[in-house]
Design a protein around this ligand. Structure first.
Ligand code: E4P
Length: 219
């Protein structure tokens, strides 16, 4: 499973990258706005840190205007992925870009049928938002199950990129289902590693070892 980080904060991206397990980055207009920094400057810095796929979203809502923005965003770096919403306009733009070999991440997916349309349009990634579904009392992970089944039924290669992740269980269940990618907020990354029994166990190992007076290194 690939791990992306869901942020436009370069400090967070650097910290996740330093773990050595970061495969890519997803941004969106809200995340870029939150940095308070100029759009082009932030994206350029992200592309310098992460050599894996970096999703950058258009803000136009009509196909032709989406394509014009996509064209400019594509020039920012070789590893840029164009993020488009799964609207009718977004799907038309997805088909055009995919036919040209430009990777697209279809975002704001809340139904398996939207995911099916996205795969048919040739998107490289589909981003179902599990946390936002949970927020309105729908089971977000059920959507991941459904998309996995449909894609496997027909051999679609569009990657399931689980988005709007709120806690480690979303990551665990995504891996159990066989989703291709999780895009994880910085705060959840840390929780994937932490376990109180690991901390307690390490404390005991070190205090027992200290009593031996030994050293692991010979000199
Ligand atoms: C996906 O790529 C989005 O950036 C993101 O996962 C949205 O998550 P949110 O519901 O926490 O805003």
């Amino acid at each position: 499973m690939k791990f992306f980080i869901d942020t436009a904060d370069v400090q967070e991206i650097r910290a996740a990258h330093a773990l050595g397990i970061l495969d890519g980055v997803t941004t969106n207009p809200s995340l870029v706005a939150k940095t308070g920094r100029p759009f082009r400057e932030v994206i350029a810095e992200i592309l310098e840190i992460c050599k894996g796929p970096v999703s950058v979203e258009v803000v136009a809502t009509e196909t032709e205007a989406m394509l014009a923005e996509a064209q400019e965003i594509s020039t920012m770096g070789e590893n840029v992925v164009i993020k488009l919403p799964v609207t009718a306009d977004g799907l038309r733009a997805t088909k055009t870009l995919s036919d040209r070999g430009v990777p697209v991440n279809n975002t704001l997916c809340f139904s398996a049928l939207q995911a099916l349309m996205s795969a048919k349009a040739g998107a490289a990634y589909i981003s179902p938002f599990v946390g936002r579904l949970d927020d309105v009392a729908h089971n977000g992970m059920e959507l991941i199950h459904d998309i996995r089944t449909i894609y496997d039924n027909y051999g679609y290669t569009t990657e399931i990129l689980v988005a709007s992740i709120r806690h480690p269980m979303h990551v665990l269940e995504s891996a159990q289902i066989g989703a291709d990618v999780c895009t994880i907020p910085f705060g959840v990354f840390d929780k994937l590693i932490k376990h109180p029994l690991t901390d307690l166990g390490l404390e005991a190992f070190l205090s027992d070892w200290a009593q031996t007076g030994e050293s692991v290194l010979s000199s």
